[in-house]
Write a protein that binds this ligand. Sequence first.
Ligand code: GNR
Ligand code: NI
Length: 129
Amino acid sequence: MLETMYEENGIGLAASQVDFHERIIVIDISDERNDPLIFVNPIVKVLDNKSLVPCEEGCLSIPGASVEVTRPDKIQLNWLDVKGNEHEDNPQGLLAVCIQHEIDHLQGKLLVDYLSPLKRARLKSKATK
Ligand code: GNR
Ligand code: NI
């Protein structure tokens, strides 16, 4: 999974994107691309529903499109590492955005699901051209 993420120049990847049916996401938001994070069974709890930050998000599964999504910035994340040890953290900023983006993938949700019906139809007709 890490290999695919680096090959595609993505900052994150969900197992479901590579047809791997486990609850695993990998993320690397470092500039040097040498700080891979692996989250197994990630669970997000929103700590503050008012801490919303908009972010222009791209997705490897929808090439060429970018969608502004507003997500909470104050979240608590619980996950397991590759050894099965439990962790808890409060990620913010791009990391929080990316984690929620990848968890969406695990749940079969895509950026297009955040679009208004009109924008969605436009994107669709562009994609089928
Ligand atoms: O590479 C990616 N960039 C990105 C930018 C802003 C918000 C989310 C992302 S995730 C994306 C890689 C991807 O599609 N992972 O599923
Ligand atoms: Ni994506």
